[in-house]
Design a binder for this molecule. Structure first.
Ligand code: FES
Length: 364
């Protein structure tokens, strides 16, 4: 019970002693190693006066390095280049049983101890400049071949320069439009100069291939235009059938107004010579012979047809020439205080229609 517990340091020291004893037992003493090269060194009392006890772990082939110092020494020996490479050889030539003697021998063979910077430099040169190192130092540098220039993509080339097909198509369209415009202008204005210009453009600027395409385009365009025109209704712009001609006061008694003759084809007559009635009526300016337009002769107080000489009184009744019947009246009434003519209504005297109140306006 009074026995004192061993401390941690004691336990570790004991374990290390056991490991050292086991290592010493596993490998025979260095002095007894039959290596022929190691024998002289082992027998030299100055190089290794005491065998194994002070020596570190033996450098068994394939075994792990013993201490950190050994690892660093091995790295330095590898990184120091050719001179340093002799160190391992010397170390290997030394007996394995005398590592203490091998260290000074390796150090002497390696010369001054390389610094960490030297080792890094040697490693970098060995890795990064492997290919250049193969070239002799004094030899000229090999000519570096220029890298091949990549070819431009086809899309970029096609954007800059249009293909011949596109250019010819654009030319065809331009010529077709120009000549078509000339022909349409010639048809609309009746200009022969435009037609000749269109023919000139047609014949001189086009190859047979282009002419064929332009002909096709123009024929198709003209066909489309004519079809569109055919689909549109034919609208005749005519004056309205009903129109106001002003108040009664604008037409004095026994006068004929030519104001509406050109626009509506009627005379407005105010007279009291027809059956003694004071009337205003609208006469159609159409000769009843063959349809010519008579003229009012104010000095002779009659209508005279220039075609065959028919004559009509101010009342519209025919009295000379080939006209077979009087002039026709049109509908007339008062609307909103104004005289309103209705050309859709016609009244013939020989038919007894002049008595219709729709054919005149009575002035009291
Ligand atoms: Fe007027 Fe013949 S058309 S007289």
């Amino acid at each position: 019970m009074d026995e004192k517990k061993p401390s941690t340091s004691d336990i570790l020291a004991k374990i290390r002693a056991q490991k050292a004893a086991a290592a010493g037992a596993a490998s025979p003493p260095a002095a007894e190693t039959p290596a022929p090269e190691a024998a002289p060194v082992a027998e030299a009392p100055s190089a290794a006066p005491t065998p194994a006890p002070a020596a570190p772990k033996p450098a068994a082939p394939g075994a792990k390095p013993g201490s950190t110092k050994d690892i660093l020494a091995a790295i330095r020996a590898k990184g120091a280049g050719a001179p340093a490479a002799a160190a391992p050889a010397a170390a290997e030539s030394a007996p394995a049983s005398t590592p203490a003697a091998a260290k000074p021998a390796a150090a002497a063979a390696a010369g001054p101890r390389p610094s960490v910077q030297d080792m890094l430099k040697a490693v970098r040169e060995g890795k990064g400049a492997a290919a250049p190192a193969a070239v002799a130092p004094g030899a000229p540098k090999p000519a570096v071949a220029a890298p091949p220039v990549p070819a431009k993509p086809a899309s970029a080339a096609s954007k800059k320069a249009p293909t011949p097909q596109r250019r010819s198509l654009a030319c065809i369209l331009l010529v077709a439009v120009a000549s078509l415009a000339c022909f349409i202008g010639s048809a609309l204005t009746g200009s022969g100069l435009l037609f000749l210009l269109g023919m000139l453009v047609w014949s001189t600027l086009m190859t047979p291939f282009m002419a064929a395409w332009a002909s096709l385009i123009e024929v198709a365009s003209l066909g489309t235009l004519h079809t569109a025109r055919f689909m549109m209704p034919n609208v005749l712009v005519e004056p309205p059938s009903k129109f106001k001609v002003g108040p009664i006061s604008d037409y004095p008694l026994n006068t004929v107004s030519n104001k509406w003759k050109d626009q509506f084809g009627v005379w407005i007559v105010h007279t009291d010579q027809y059956e003694g009635q004071n009337l205003i009526f609208a006469l159609a300016s159409v000769c009843t012979h063959l349809g010519c337009t008579p003229s009012w002769l104010d000095g002779e107080q009659k209508f005279k047809c220039p075609c065959h000489g028919s004559g009509f009184y101010i009342t519209g009744v025919n009295f000379e020439g080939p006209a077979p019947r009087p002039l026709e009246r049109m509908g007339l009434k008062i609307a909103e205080g104004m005289l309103e003519v209705d050309k859709s209504m016609k009244f013939q005297e020989e038919m007894g229609q002049w008595v219709d109140p729709a054919s005149f306006v009575s002035v009291s």
